[in-house]
Design a protein around this ligand. Structure first.
Ligand code: ADP
Ligand code: C5P
Length: 244
C-alpha cells in the first residue's frame, strides 16, 4: 500500500477549494417509490445536522389557462414540465450559504401559490428529491451522493392510486389513464435510464432499514471529514490507498 495526499476526502465531485459547502444528496426513483419516505428516514437519523429537503415538485411550472383547460393532456412526467433553471439557482444559492424562497406547488390546481414561499436557510446537508433529479447533468453535477429508490411498478401504481385519490383530488380512472399515457412511458424513457448515475440503489424503498442505516453512516463519515476541513482548512488529510 502507499499513501496519497489530499486536502479533503469529503467527496469525489465537490470543489476542494470550498470545503464549507453543504453536502448534496440526490434521491430519485419512480413515482410513489418511497423517495420522500427514504428522505424523511435519513433526516430523522441526521438530527444533529442542519438539513434542508428540496422537492423537485416545488419547481413544476404552473399551467397556463389554456393548458389548465386540458390538464388531462399535459405531461407532468416530462423533463420540460419543471423549471430546471430555477431549481439550479436554488441549489447553487443554498450551496453558497444564502437562504432561498422555494415555491409552493398545488397538485390539485397545477399552480404555484402566488404569494407564499417556503424559506430555507443555510445548512450542512441538502437533500434534493424528485422523479427527474438525475436527468439534467448540471443538477447531477451538484450532487455529492446519488441514491435511486427502486420499488416494483405494481407497488408504486397501487400507492399512487391511493395517494392521488386521497391527497391530490383525482379519481381512479384519471389516475390509471395518466399512468398509462404519461407516467409509465416517461419512467421508461427518463427515470429508469438515470439509474446508471446512482451511487446507491435502495431496493424496496422505506422498508429497507439496512440500506438507510448504511447511507446515514456514510453521510456521518463525510460530514465528520467536512467538519475537520472547516476547523483546519489548510491542513492536509493523509489517506491510505491500497494497490493490488
Ligand atoms: P415518492 O416520494 O417516491 O412519491 P412517498 O414516500 O411519498 O413516495 O410514498 C408514496 C406513497 O406510498 C405515500 O402515500 C406513502 O405513505 C406510501 N408509502 C411509502 N413507502 C411505503 C412503505 N414502505 N409501505 C407502505 N406505504 C408506503
Ligand atoms: O411524488 P411523486 O414523485 O410521485 O410526484 C411526481 C408525479 O406527480 C409525476 O409522476 C406526475 O405525473 C405527478 N403530477 C401530477 N399532477 C401535477 C404535477 C405532477 O399528477 N400537477
Amino acid at each position: 500500500s502507499h499513501f496519497r495526499l489530499s486536502n479533503s476526502s469529503f467527496s469525489a465531485t465537490d470543489d476542494p477549494a470550498a470545503p464549507n459547502q453543504p453536502f448534496v444528496i440526490g434521491v430519485t426513483g419512480g413515482t410513489a417509490s418511497g423517495k420522500t419516505t427514504v428522505c424523511d428516514m435519513i433526516i430523522q437519523q441526521l438530527h444533529d445536522h442542519r438539513i434542508v429537503l428540496v422537492n423537485q415538485d416545488s419547481f413544476y411550472r404552473g399551467l397556463t389557462s389554456e393548458e389548465q383547460e386540458h390538464a388531462q393532456e399535459y405531461n407532468f412526467d416530462h423533463p420540460d414540465a419543471f423549471d430546471t433553471e430555477q431549481l439550479l439557482h436554488c441549489i447553487n444559492t443554498l450551496k453558497s450559504g444564502q437562504p432561498y424562497q422555494i415555491p409552493i406547488y398545488d397538485f390539485k390546481t397545477h399552480q404555484r401559490k402566488l404569494d407564499a414561499f417556503r424559506q430555507v436557510n443555510a445548512c450542512d446537508v441538502i437533500i434534493l428529491e424528485g422523479i427527474l433529479v438525475f436527468h439534467d447533468s448540471r443538477v447531477r453535477d451538484l450532487m455529492n451522493m446519488k441514491i435511486f429508490v427502486d420499488t416494483d411498478a405494481d407497488v408504486r401504481l397501487a400507492r399512487r392510486i391511493r395517494r392521488d385519490t386521497v391527497e391530490r383530488g383525482r379519481d381512479v380512472d384519471s389516475v390509471l389513464e395518466q399512468y398509462a399515457k404519461f407516467v409509465k412511458p416517461a419512467f421508461d424513457d427518463f427515470v429508469l435510464p438515470s439509474k446508471k448515475y446512482a451511487d446507491v440503489i435502495i431496493p424496496r424503498g422505506g422498508d429497507n432499514h439496512v440500506a438507510v442505516d448504511l447511507i446515514v453512516q456514510h453521510i456521518h463519515t463525510k460530514l465528520g471529514q467536512h467538519d475537520l476541513c472547516k476547523i483546519y482548512p489548510n491542513v492536509f488529510v493523509i489517506e491510505s490507498t491500497f494497490q493490488i
